[in-house]
Ligand binder design. Structure first.
Ligand SMILES: [Zn+2]
Length: 302
């Protein structure tokens, strides 16, 4: 189902980003924290930035069960939600990313797309958020990309955004600019951080914490430079490093983490599970607000 996404009557649009849920066939506490945060924040949309499920799934039914658990907090509240894949999502080898994406897209409130496919990457797409007053005017844009898995062994570490994906982004951004005669401010979501995250952290943190080094790919394929030159993306937000939930800034572009919300995965008790929240106002969408909402916050009563 295609749900039109638009700013509310106050001109606001709130997004909650959950990441690294690592859900399996047995429902766990990650779903509880999702429910609590959604109940408190009441967002207009949810974004899941990868490692949503993992190798704990050992059959097609397990995969579907795990995805059903993850879908429930949004589906029961009628909240549109979009996903990208992380490095663990298909390690069960029971369903391909494309098969899983089709399964996600079958949920009533899921707004993900298979989008542009290249190499092993599935789910490169964008969603326009429309004005509260006029459904034909986009005020904000969300890009979603599949940042892949592991680099070839002789390089080591994690894979990088492919150059074909960068070209897809650039073409999409320029087409939008031509169509609407201006840059539409945007956020970009994927799973594995860019090398620029390290540089951004050195500039200081806006909010959140850093308890581990950024595990970005060894190769920088140049996405950040393209983003910077095009000028539409105001923030890039990822997951992957569970012990980081900071937001920083590099060359005026915010770079940040969603933290982690999974319990059956690596983590530390002193780093609470949680989510990142974005509040965008259509009068000045480039200057969105963002903060971390987590377990232990008095508001959540956890
Ligand atoms: Zn990961």
């Amino acid at each position: 189902m295609r749900i039109p996404l638009r700013f509310d009557s106050y001109g606001n649009f709130k997004i909650v980003q959950f990441t690294d849920l690592h859900e399996g066939p047995n429902k766990d506490k990650a779903i509880d924290i999702m429910n609590k945060i959604l109940e408190y924040e009441k967002p207009n949309m949810v974004v899941l930035t990868g490692d949503i499920i993992d190798g704990k799934c050992q059959s097609v039914d397990d995969v579907k069960l795990a995805i059903n658990h993850v879908a429930e907090p949004m589906e029961t509240r009628n909240i549109p939600w979009a996903i990208v894949f992380g490095n663990h999502d298909d390690e069960h080898n029971m369903m391909s990313k494309e098969e899983m994406m089709k399964f996600y897209m079958n949920f009533k409130y899921n707004v993900s797309q298979i989008g542009y496919k290249t190499f092993d990457r599935v789910g490169n797409y964008n969603i326009l958020l429309k004005s509260s007053k006029d459904n034909s005017i986009p005020k904000f844009n969300l890009y979603f990309m599949d940042s892949g898995k592991y680099a070839p062994r002789f390089i080591g570490g994690y894979n990088w955004i492919k150059f074909t994906q960068i070209c897809w982004y650039k073409k999409k951004a320029l087409n939008l600019k031509i169509k609407y005669n201006k840059n539409i401010p945007a956020l970009m979501f994927f799973h594995i951080p860019l090398q620029e995250f390290k540089k951004a952290y050195k500039n200081g943190v806006i909010n959140g914490k850093r308890f581990e080094e950024e595990s970005c790919p060894k190769i920088n394929s140049g996405l950040f430079e393209f983003i910077y030159n095009v000028g539409d993306v105001k923030g890039v937000f990822v997951g992957h490093d569970h012990l980081n939930n900071y937001c920083s800034v590099f060359k005026e572009i915010k770079l940040g983490y969603g933290g982690y919300a999974g319990y059956r995965t690596y983590g530390e008790d002193y780093i609470p599970r949680g989510a990142r929240v974005f509040l965008i106002n259509e009068l000045d969408p480039a200057n969105f607000k963002t903060w971390v909402r987590q377990e232990g916050d008095s508001e959540l009563n956890l």
